[in-house]
Design a protein around this ligand. Sequence first.
Ligand code: UDP
Ligand code: MG
Length: 328
Amino acid sequence: MLDTAQPRQGDLISVVIPVYNEEANVADLCAALREALGKLGRPWEVVLINDGSNDATAERLDAETARDARFTAVHLRRNFGQTAAMAAGFDHARGEVLVAMDADLQNDPSDIPRLLALIDEGYDVVSGWRRHRQDKWLTRVLPSQMANWLISRTTGVYLHDYGCSLKAYRREILTDVRLYGEMHRFLPALCQWAGARIAEVEVEHHPRRHGKSKYGLSRILRVLLDLTTVKFLMSYSTMPIRVFGPAGIASFLVGLVLAGYLSWEKLARGASIANRPALMLAVLLMILGVQFVSMGLLGELVARTYYESQGKRVYAVRRVSGWGQERG
Ligand code: UDP
Ligand code: MG
């Protein structure tokens, strides 16, 4: 992330909000932000990303930015999705601390100071936890609880509420993380992978008052697929042969033994093996084995291209002390 090099401002807090068809929420949202952020006693800005809305959101946002210079609106050319919108917001924000939240006022801006307090304590990422969540239990809360359990187990980063958008990030940690697909919910895990210190804090949650949710049950499947990607990236992106290699070799060996046994049946005992299902299985296992190992090797090539062509590092530095610093 963070491609457009915006001028940095030391103390500045940037609140980043993706907005998609939220015309009825914009005015209340901006008023609530002004109220809550006014109490911070430090400079702040709000970056609103209009994610290709086709209602009056654009005009409402422009009205806000016209009357208050601390509000910026970034209008995307089409609907790119919440994750892309967040990435655009991070790129356009100038603060050293970035706070993300939703536009529908389900998150409460008055929680922002509590997130910032933990950032000031030295945490790199502070994640909100909607302990008393105001959504439908069966279709929203339950799937989300199962997802949190699964994501925590898989990534080893235990959070109660991955789905909560209200989170604060120290900017430097995001420079090591890139966002794709629907990945914003995995940001804490990806950040921890980059070495971030993570904290969780309880936050308010309100029912949606205006407009409707942009997501349905199909999100569950997408989250599962994204989790697979994240797990792979976190554990194996620098050594894909370790995922595919062992399975490939095992499959090939089992196939080989089976084929050996069938050959012995045919050659030594003259048995007919053409009608044996085991023959199919043996061939299948050996082909699968070769395919898996080749996939691992291809993966290794891709990984090298990925890291080297983009000058990516396989590590993340927190700080350097001593003479090394001079080299900056
Ligand atoms: N959003 C967006 N682009 C999209 C879908 C959603 O920018 O394609 C924004 C939306 O306006 C809101 C936030 O992402 O600010 C979360 O969306 P929503 O409230 O619909 O999700 P839910 O709270 O129901 O999970
Ligand atoms: Mg919402």
